[in-house]
Design a protein around this ligand. Structure first.
Ligand code: 5GP
Length: 121
């Protein structure tokens, strides 16, 4: 799948649409999810143009991959969910219901999160 320069996170990264910034470094931007599913719901994304974890794990540099993972752990500690625990979620492709085609990892926490996935549709 080709990268769509007009996806919503590309527009947020370009500063065309506002978002509540939680963290930023050379390779990474993290924002609060607009429709939070838990008291803490943060989206951590690379600044590079990657559609999903499939694209990112194939084509990103080691520095970009390390930056995303390091930032994710750091953000979780900074917002105070590391002690009690949190869930990380990457969606890729139609079975996952990925909505926005720019790689992001969800950090969900702040309450017990229940089962990992729906048992049936
Ligand atoms: P996905 O299903 O692609 O893994 O998750 C996309 C997430 O992006 C959803 O949780 C949705 O609430 C969030 N989202 C969609 N549009 C916006 C937006 O304009 N701003 C922010 N901050 N989050 C958004």
């Amino acid at each position: 799948m080709a990268y769509d320069d007009n996806n919503i996170f590309a527009r947020i990264l370009r500063g065309e649409i506002p978002a509540t910034k939680v963290y930023e470094d050379e390779h990474v931007l993290a924002i609060n999810d607009i429709n939070p599913q838990a008291p803490t719901h943060i989206l951590v994304m690379p600044k590079g143009k990657y559609v999903s974890i499939d694209d990112f794990s194939t084509n990103a540099t080691d520095a970009e991959i390390a930056a995303l993972i390091r930032a994710t752990g750091k953000i979780a500690r900074n917002v105070g969910v590391a002690d009690k625990g949190y869930r990380l979620l990457f969606n890729h492709g139609p079975h996952s219901h990925q909505e926005v085609p720019h790689l992001h990892v969800h950090i969900l926490g702040g309450r017990p999160l229940g089962p990992l996935v729906l048992r049936k549709e």
